[in-house]
Design a protein around this ligand. Structure first.
Ligand code: ZN
Length: 223
């Protein structure tokens, strides 16, 4: 019985550890990719909210409105194809003084895409997204692809992944993930896509309330 109890505790601990690793990439991963930006440490209680996959009519507009209520600035990593579909929403990001970044034209997975196709897709997005920032979709990019992109962009990763897109996670758990790992200088990832909507709306609202109460400010990543 004791052994069963012990192994159950061990398994639960392991599970928590694994989920922590997914939410916040460990040092070993970050140092293997030290030319990427994982966080922006500072003493001024600044947090960097980022949103991937927009612009989208329902989610992005709700985010813009909600950020405004807290006087919060953020960074939107846009998919070129969506920018073409919703140019007015894309323009609203910059009109509201948020930052934008390149997230490829067709949301390509770098591991599954050859060098030329990946770079061409990045260039296609670069023609319509005016930014010095890039984030690889799924966080998956080969060294050769990254090396080329780093010639002209900063590659912005994160140290807090909200997992808002994971429908096995409740909105409350999603906010708990954020609370457990966020500190001054954190780069937090949300998604302005339909799959993440329920978790994102709850967790974003809570994050804005919780950290505003603690006198944190929300800044964009300078382009
Ligand atoms: Zn994405």
């Amino acid at each position: 019985m004791l052994i069963i109890n012990y192994s159950l505790t061990y398994l639960l601990k392991m599970q928590k550890k694994i989920s922590d690793i997914i939410v916040s990439p460990p040092k070993i991963v970050r140092s293997a990719f030290s030319s990427f930006t994982w966080e922006l440490p500072n003493e001024q209680n600044k947090i960097y909210l980022t949103f991937d996959d927009g612009p989208t009519p329902h989610q992005s507009l709700w985010i813009i409105k909600t950020l405004k209520q807290f006087n919060a600035k953020a960074t939107f990593f846009c998919v070129g194809n969506n920018v073409e579909k919703y140019p007015q929403i894309y323009n609203q990001f910059t009109e509201d003084n948020h930052s934008v970044g390149n997230h490829t034209f067709n949301h390509l997975n770098g591991f599954k895409t050859n060098y030329t196709d990946y770079i061409n897709n990045f260039i296609k997005a670069d023609k319509i997204i005016d930014s010095k920032l890039f984030r690889p979709p799924y966080g998956r990019i080969k060294k050769s692809q990254a090396k080329e992109i780093l010639n002209s962009k900063r590659i912005i990763m994160w140290n807090v992944l909200s997992l808002d897109y994971n429908n096995k996670i409740s909105p409350q758990q999603c906010f708990e993930n954020i609370k457990r790992h966020t500190k001054s200088g954190s780069i937090i990832v949300f998604h302005d896509n339909q799959k993440a909507e329920k978790n994102m709306k709850y967790a974003l609202q809570k994050t804005l309330e919780y950290y505003s109460d603690k006198n944190y400010i929300f800044e964009k990543i300078n382009n």
